[in-house]
Design a protein around this ligand. Sequence first.
Ligand code: NI
Length: 254
Amino acid sequence: MLIDSHAHIQLDRFDADRESVLERAREAGVHAILVIGFDLETSRGAIALAEKYAQVYATVGMHPHDAKDLDDETVRIFRDLAVHPKVVALGEMGLDYYRDLSPRPIQKAAFECQLDLAEELDLPIVIHNREAYHDILPILQARRGKVRGVMHCFSGDVEIMNQSLALGFHIGIGGPVTYRKSEALQEVAQKVPADALLVETDCPWLPPQFRRGKRNEPAYVRAIAEKIAELRDISLEEIGEITTQNFESLFMAS
Ligand code: NI
């Protein structure tokens, strides 16, 4: 039993075969999928899927790429969407200094604004980072004890993992852990405390090694979990148990 804690199956790349994708996930033992919004349209799409399928949950939020679109009206709409019973978190939100599609001060403002909303609504958050941990961590530090969530598709080293853990954050590990050159991430997967580990696909992006270059999908979270099980020298079933428990305590408790 596994949970894909970060998927984007609301995207039109899944329109032609979404039912088969969900069936393959079931067959792979994936019993819940958290569908992540990254702007208004994909947040609404995530909720629509959560309404249609019992095993699907949703988040709503604005990605740093589109930070410039987060005006007062959009925040008001997100606030309304977030009260939906199957919306379990806000995000993905954060900072992206790799692509820099919105100016950095605007990315920061949009991030802070969504953190305010998370505090107000008492919801966990899903953090997106690209080359920006040095700015994300102090922002979260300033709200220590007031916000909780997951570092999605964690890409830092053990030192950044420890700083994230000290802030009470979970570590989401995805497809890159299966790549041959991901030694730092494999060390993180080995050392992250059992009660802070989540697994995710970030599909349709970042497929595990055996599907590289192809579209990713929730069923492949199994390959990610198998790799982590191998690294920790425990069974796949144990990975399933601890990550399901962590998912429930982070996202279902509130
Ligand atoms: Ni994502």
